[in-house]
Design a protein around this ligand. Structure first.
Ligand code: PLP
Length: 383
């Protein structure tokens, strides 16, 4: 079986598994305890924070450890909303954000906040001028994803960050970097980005670990109250084994980033070429997008039928994003890109990782061809 669902989750590096297990065995003490065991756990926590910060080019005090990017995104959006509401209650995002961002805004809308959901172009990208035009006197936050988890579309976050800081320096800028980190270069310290979310399990780290970069000077209202861990922003005993495992993955992801990018682009492009051979398929990713995601629709055919046919043929892919794949709703992302409802119900995401080679792509292309042959005569069309 070949696994092509790296945008949903990745196998942890063996080194990460070893680290998590060793730290569980050796550093079980609470990092807040003042005895020697606690101090050693705290030392490891501090060291992990320093390594993550150095890798991201930021200060250690600017790294908050979380349970994953869902929490990082909630913390950023709701934390800003609750802390800065006296300045205004208007926030800006797009129609194609990950559920953890989108649903955080829907929640705030119900609490009386005013949210602008910007449109995207046919390639899934928000326009810089649309973001700038949407800013009002009462705008407190702009939140965008760097790379879209379904299509791989890249929002121009660097340009937006630069212009926002020039034209509207008080507006806080959050970026969901989950699908970008380890693939696309980002220099946080000079980007105009104030908050950046990362998830460990998308970069071969453990599940249940993530971080949020919080530019110094910025304050967030805590969502979890209790102890004074994580600078008082996130109460709760730190999960040091997972933090140590994530730190390994963060370092490796950044070290291997440019080599991985160069290796994935030709693999991705071969897949795109193959998809373009079928006039009835629609390619929803573009060469300007991320190196690891290829998304296409087979309008009229249910995505689950395509997925299970491919699984029978030995390859594992995904429908929509993993978080939404159990819903039968058409993809919100594809609809926002102007695709038909049929296309939005028949989307397949293929996502690549560092383990993939030319031979794997040969096998995947063979399976796609075989799937097409089988489904030509299939009776279970959507129509
Ligand atoms: N943001 C994006 C763009 C994602 O792809 C994901 C995971 O699918 C998340 C946020 C949520 O990350 P986590 O699984 O760490 O909560």
């Amino acid at each position: 079986m070949l696994y092509f669902d790296y945008a949903a989750s990745t196998p942890p590096y063996p080194d990460v598994i070893t680290t998590v297990s060793e730290v569980m065995n050796r550093h079980y003490a609470n990092a807040s305890s003042i005895h020697g065991y606690g101090e050693n756990a705290e030392k490891l926590l501090n060291k992990s924070r320093e390594v993550c910060a150095k890798t991201l080019g930021v200060k250690a005090s600017e790294v908050i450890f979380t349970s994953g990017a869902t929490e990082s995104n909630n913390m950023a959006i709701k934390g800003v909303a609750l802390r800065y509401h006296s300045r205004g209650k208007h926030m800006i995002t797009t129609k194609t954000e990950h559920a953890s961002v989108y649903e955080s805004f829907r929640f705030l809308e119900r609490m009386g906040y005013d949210i602008t959901y910007l449109p995207v172009d046919s390639k899934g990208r928000v326009r810089v001028e649309d973001v700038l035009h949407a800013v009002r006197k009462d705008t407190i936050l702009v939140s965008l994803m760097h790379v879209n988890n379904e299509t791989g579309a890249i929002h121009p976050v660097i340009e937006i960050g630069r212009e926002l800081k020039k034209q509207h320096p008080k507006v806080i800028f959050h970026v969901d970097g989950v699908q970008a980190f380890g693939k696309i270069k980002v220099e946080l310290a000079h980007s105009g980005i104030d908050l950046y979310s990362i998830s460990a399990h998308k970069i071969r780290g453990p599940k249940g670990a993530g971080l949020l970069y919080v530019r110094s000077g910025l304050e967030l209202a805590p969502l979890l109250t209790g102890g004074s861990q994580e600078g008082g922003v996130r109460a709760g005993t730190e999960n040091i084994p997972l933090i140590a495992g994530m730190t390994k993955a963060v370092r490796l992801a950044e070290e291997n980033r440019s080599e991985l990018y160069a290796r994935l682009i030709p693999l991705r492009d071969r897949l795109m070429e193959e998809i373009l051979r079928y006039p009835e398929w629609e390619l929803n990713s573009s060469p300007e997008g991320a190196p690891h995601i290829v998304h296409f629709s087979y309008p009229g055919m249910k995505a689950e039928v395509i997925l299970h046919t491919l699984e029978q043929l030995g390859v594992v892919v995904s429908t929509q994003s993993a978080c939404s794949s159990k819903y039968t709703e058409p993809s919100r992302v594809l609809l926002a890109m102007g695709k038909s409802e049929e296309a939005a119900r028949s989307g397949i995401r293929i996502s690549l990782g560092d383990v993939h080679t030319e031979e794997h792509i040969d096998q995947l292309i063979h399976a796609l061809r075989e799937m097409k042959k089988r489904l030509v005569n299939f009776e279970g069309w959507n129509r």
